[in-house]
Design a protein around this ligand. Structure first.
Ligand code: HEC
Length: 274
């Protein structure tokens, strides 16, 4: 009997070990009629996989070299696609809405987007101060500064990329009135919200992110935070509140200039009144 249990345990251990070994993460791309599911090993075996050095890596905050595949190769025909936005869904509740025009700039000398793939042989280190790496898939940008790519446009723990309509079309509750002038601060603020905040914070239900709270419902952030407190929180959350599992990172003036911060506040105030 004892021998039998021993053999069973051994078989179980072997099965589990085998399972871990066989684990091959997948990335789903929904950018046409049928969804394509790519495995990490499949992506690494592609002819267009290359070693890419990212000088200003947003996650590690130092230069990094990744094995990666060009995003534009994976998407295919972006010029005749019936959508203008790439929704990047991570496994941790982060869902970024990236304009396809940003990726298209790669062809005209702008920032080049790559899907980096963590390799089992040479796994990526944990992120500074965190107990996880940005793997298994991480959307990175070469020369990000050339196209003004924002930090929330580098989704890590990526699981799915989908072609979708723009956030303002999909969620009219977050759009500003058509009667507002083209150069209204509130209009610019909406774009800024989409770029920097929507990936984590829904707004009156708009958005897909689940990492942080909705900033408009049940009560709009501008209604219970003072203007000074709100500005400070956006710049440096830890200067307002601090605790060990705090998630949100601050947005400094290099990412969000003062004028853009004011546009964002004007927009949030406008949405609160709406
Ligand atoms: C990576 C995800 C992420 C991004 C991007 C992000 N936040 Fe946050 N935010 C959070 C989380 C999570 C919290 C809850 C506190 C925490 O854990 O840090 C939070 C808290 C807040 C709060 C406090 C809400 C409350 O009632 O306590 C405000 C206000 C806020 N964020 C505004 C913003 C604005 C404005 C932006 C864009 C400029 C932004 N956040 C971008 C994740 C994010």
């Amino acid at each position: 009997m004892r021998l039998l249990i021993g053999v069973l345990l051994l078989a179980l251990a072997f099965a589990q070990g085998h399972q871990v070994h066989a684990k091959d993460p997948t990335l789903t791309i929904s950018f046409g009629v049928v969804d394509k599911v790519y495995s990490a090993t499949g992506l690494l075996a592609r002819k267009d996989a290359a070693d890419v050095t990212i000088e200003h890596d947003i996650a590690y905050k130092k230069p990094m070299t990744y094995r990666a595949v060009p995003l534009l190769d994976l998407l295919g025909d972006i010029d005749n696609a019936p959508f203008d936005t790439l929704e990047a869904r991570a496994t941790d509740g982060f869902v970024s809405q990236i304009p396809i025009s940003l990726a298209r700039k790669a062809r005209e000398g702008g920032a080049i987007p790559w899907v980096a793939i963590d390799t089992a042989k040479n796994p990526w280190p944990n992120l500074p101060g965190r107990s996880y790496s940005p793997g298994p898939f991480f959307l990175v940008w070469q020369h990000a500064e050339k196209s003004g790519v924002g930090p929330e446009q580098w989704p890590y723990a990526l699981a799915q990329l989908s072609g979708v309509a723009s956030p303002l079309q999909r969620w009219p509750q977050m759009a500003v009135a058509a009667s507002l002038p083209a150069d209204a601060a509130e209009r610019r603020g909406a774009e800024s919200y989409i770029k920097h905040c929507l990936s984590c914070h829904r707004l009156n239900g708009a958005g897909e992110g689940d990492m942080g709270p909705d900033l408009d419902k049940p009560m709009d952030a501008t209604e219970y935070m003072t203007p000074v407190g709100l500005r400070r929180l956006i710049r440096d959350p830890a200067s307002v509140r601090t605790w060990p599992t705090q998630v949100m990172q601050g947005f400094d003036t290099s990412v969000l200039p003062d004028s853009e911060l004011e546009d964002l506040i004007a927009y949030l105030t406008y949405i609160a009144r709406k």
